[in-house]
Write a protein that binds this ligand. Structure first.
Ligand SMILES: *Cc1c(COP(=O)(O)O)cnc(C)c1O
Length: 808
């Protein structure tokens, strides 16, 4: 056929399919379609293609009788999915062109896809990176979590104060998911247990609801495999009590449905009330029970014999939130499959692995025993029985005395009795892993020292990773193209191949192009910040970035106080050759965390004062970017020159933000904490800026009776900055606002801000000096990119697969 049409008016078959989807599935024609309709039509069209790969993946796993990996996590911080799916399927250009022929800009509709904010921070993002790597490595896997209707709150700043708003990510529906009405599981709460230890035990819950599955496809790199993220929603067992409704109690008749909906409403309901605590425990049991029932059902369907479960299912607990799964599997094995307790325990231990994410004592989950027993009476019995067994083993083990027995016990007997979820997870798993080398070492030495003595082969390390698809190829296309130009495309399939870039660190022309890419990313971010916040940034300044949850151990306060000190220095010595700097901060504070919220307000107050002070002459700009989430991270990280990873040593389990920044060519200023240590080992001491106390030194200082007041008195710069903040220089509308926060530094300073200040400030001045040497800086940045391929989550998942799950 010959055609006179120009390429722009030729519609591809793909464009026709998108229009077809628009008409038949959304019910609009091209003229009526709005951006959201195009987004939905594009996703649905793509999803139709993904489904075939998805089913093929499931069939292949079934045919091979493959062992499956089950990743249980209360959080999946997956962010937007369209760009991810397009990129992994290699369909970016084709879909972009098809949409262009319809007058639609792909980049524009990608931007309006809501961020699936089903997580809070690193732990949830890790789960998302792991899901992508599991599919990429062609491992059959399911992620299990909760389909929160509102998820994590959206953050707005009102005059610098954090305001929490509901995240309405489902407002336009969710074209990615499939509701599986047929996959419903009965979830009970409360009631009573009948029968004896020897006879048939029956749990008769007083309350019940249904868990309904929603499945989202997870596409691996190059579309090799598509796995399932299965998120549970709740539905009332009796949606309406018709008798009550007919009797005129219209609201009361619907209370069951309201209770079910409350269960899946938000991530981390405030636990400052006992009702909030109870809701949280209900959420944990709800998704654990649904997931374990689903795993057992699938196993019986495919393999018939429940005894082979550990050969065919590896269940990983992402922190202790799903730890009640251990008791739930025991319940199903003992009460429903009628196995002996000992056999059930053997199966359970072989099936589970547990990942620990924190050593902070206040973050180790435990539940008041009366609450646990009231909500889950049968599980409480089983936990007592498990505990008796574990403590018998402990007593038979040499060197374990009464104090160690008390620490190993699943029940905390000191004060109000509580159920310790970390001990349950530890006892019920064959593998317990930390998430960076230092963290794993500290697990052995501190919180789990006694359990480690009892089960010395159980603790192992799996240093975290990030998916280089989202965190390089998708978020930084210009850098990706530049790397491809230099070393060819192999690094896209194997991040360790980035190593070949090392030899370009001394190549003047490559450095130049690398600098140009970074600058264009900084221009892009500056435009965003100008538009959204009205703050003008100089793209030639050093972009110094700290984005992460706001927490005292992460020490945003150290960064802000140093910023104040620098501001003071610039004003006192305007004649000096200061390095122009942009300080960017972002992150959410837990809604009940007073100091974290005050730190956000301080950042905003400091920014307001500095940005409007003509005497700094634009040498220093500060911005707190609201509503930090995955999409914002994808915009900010490629534009960063300096990555702030400055936690008190020993307190950040791993960090993954640190890895994302290094992969995008930022230098790290950081403490010897978490994965920073391993990043240093990979990039080399010359290409990272390390400061501050080590974990051992922090511990020793605390033991010796640390006196922060002396540290403050001993540092003129620190004292000046702290006193300026305390006296209201940055809060003239409320001069006492920061007095308490600053007094806290003088009095206890648990996070060692004062102890590390001078070292940090000196490190920052060394950064200034390095920045002046543009070639040197770029060379170091290139060496970072070249040497952090090891932090790919493909490497991490490979290690889990071999060492823990036995699937590779
Ligand atoms: C990577 C990431 C985190 C974790 O950052 P850390 O610096 O390791 O705490 C948190 N939130 C989002 C949105 C992320 O992408």
């Amino acid at each position: 056929m010959t055609s006179e049409a120009t390429p722009a008016t030729v519609r591809s078959a793909l464009a026709d399919r998108i229009v077809d989807t628009l008409i038949h599935r959304i019910g609009k024609d091209e003229r009526a379609a709005r951006k959201h309709d195009w987004l939905e039509a594009t996703i649905l069209t793509l999803r139709d293609e993904i489904i075939h790969k998805w089913m093929a993946s499931t069939r292949a796993a079934h045919a091979a009788g493959a062992k499956r990996v089950y990743y249980l996590s209360l959080e999946f911080l997956i962010g937007r999915l369209l760009r991810d799916a397009l990129s992994n399927l290699g369909r970016n250009e084709e879909v972009g062109e098809a949409l262009a022929s319809l007058g639609v800009d792909l980049a524009e509709i990608e931007e309006i896809e809501p961020d699936a904010a089903l997580g809070n921070g690193g732990l949830g993002r890790l789960a998302a990176c792991f899901m992508e790597s599991l599919a990429t490595l062609d491992l059959p896997a399911y992620g299990y979590g909760i389909r929160y209707v509102n998820g994590m709150f959206r953050q707005r700043l009102d005059d610098g104060w954090q305001v929490e708003l509901p995240e309405t990510w489902l407002a336009h529906g969710n074209p990615w998911e499939f509701e599986r009405r047929e996959s419903a599981y009965f979830i009970g709460f409360g009631g009573e247990v009948t029968g004896s230890e020897t006879g048939q035990v029956r749990w008769k819950p007083a309350e019940a609801l249904d868990a309904i599955a929603y499945d989202t496809p997870v596409v691996g790199w190059r579309g090799k495999r598509v796995n399932t993220l299965r998120l549970w929603s709740a539905r009332a067992f009796d949606p309406i009590r018709l008798d009550a409704f007919n009797a005129g109690d219209h609201i009361g008749a619907l209370a069951g449905q309201a209770r079910a909906e409350a269960l899946v409403r938000v991530l981390y309901p405030s636990d400052s009330s006992s009702a909030g605590q109870e809701l949280r425990l209900r959420q944990e049991y709800f998704f654990s029970s649904a997931s374990i029932q689903d795993i057992v059902r699938r196993h019986i369907q495919y393999f018939k014999d429940i005894r082979t479960l550990p050969d065919k299912a590896a269940i990983q607990l992402n922190d202790t939130h799903p730890a009640v799964s251990v008791a739930e599997l025991m319940r199903l094995l003992v009460d429903h499959h009628e196995l002996s307790f000992d056999e059930a325990w053997d199966i359970t231990r072989r099936a589970f692995g547990y990942t620990n994410h924190t050593l902070l004592p206040e973050a180790l989950e435990s539940w008041p025993l009366p609450l646990f027993e009231r909500l889950l009476p049968r599980h409480m019995q089983l936990i007592y029985a498990i505990n008796a067994k574990v403590l018998r083993e402990a007593r038979r083990t040499a060197g374990i005395g009464d104090q160690a027995i008390a620490a190993i016990s699943l029940i905390d007997e000191g004060g109000e009795r509580r159920v310790r979820m970390a001990n349950l997870a530890f006892a019920g798993s064959h593998s317990v892993n930390g998430v960076a080398a230092l963290h794993t070492e500290l697990m052995k030495q501190t919180v789990f020292s006694d359990l480690h003595r009892l089960y010395p082969d159980r603790i192992n390390n799996k240093t975290n990773g990030i998916t280089p698809r989202r965190w390089l190829l998708e978020c930084n296309p210009c850098l990706t193209a530049l790397i491809r130009d230099a070393i060819g495309p192999d690094f896209q399939d194997d991040a360790s191949k980035l190593k070949a870039l090392e030899s370009f660190a001394n190549d003047a022309s490559f450095r130049e192009r690398f600098g140009a890419v970074k600058r264009s990313n900084k221009v892009g971010l500056s435009n965003y910040i100008k538009e959204s916040m009205g703050v003008a940034l100089d793209p030639d300044a050093l972009f110094d970035v700290q984005i992460k949850r706001i927490h005292e151990y992460k020490r945003q306060l150290l960064n802000i106080i140093e910023t104040v000190a620098l501001y003071d220095q610039i004003r006192s010595h305007p004649e000096k050759d200061w390095t122009p700097r942009v300080k960017l901060l972002g992150g959410k504070a837990a809604s009940s965390y007073h100091n974290a919220k005050l730190i956000i307000k301080l950042a905003a107050d400091v920014a307001k004062r500095i940005n409007s002070d003509p005497s700094v002459g634009g040498l220093l700009k500060v911005a707190f970017v609201p509503n930090y989430n995955v999409s914002l991270a994808e915009g900010i990280i490629p534009a960063a020159d300096l990555s702030e990873q400055i936690s008190t040593a020993g307190m950040e389990a791993s960090g993954t933000g640190n890895m994302k920044f290094a992969l995008n060519g930022a230098l790290t200023i950081g403490t010897l904490d978490g994965a920073n240590i391993e990043i240093k080992d990979h990039v080399g001491d010359e290409n990272i800026i390390i400061f501050g106390l080590t974990a051992d030194e922090v511990a020793a200082k605390r033991a010796d009776g640390y006196r922060p007041r002396d540290a403050i008195e001993g540092s003129a710069e620190l004292k000046q900055a702290v006193n300026a903040i305390a006296s209201g220089v940055f809060s003239p509308d409320d001069p006492g606002r920061y007095q308490g926060l600053m007094n806290g530094l003088y009095d206890h300073d648990w996070f060692m801000v004062a102890a590390d200040f001078d070292s940090y400030a000196a490190a920052q001045r060394s950064v200034d000096a390095r920045w002046a040497d543009k070639d040197g800086w770029r060379g170091a940045a290139i060496r970072n990119v070249a040497n952090v391929g090891w932090f790919s989550s493909d490497r991490t998942i490979g290690e889990y697969a071999r060492d823990i799950w036995g699937v590779m």
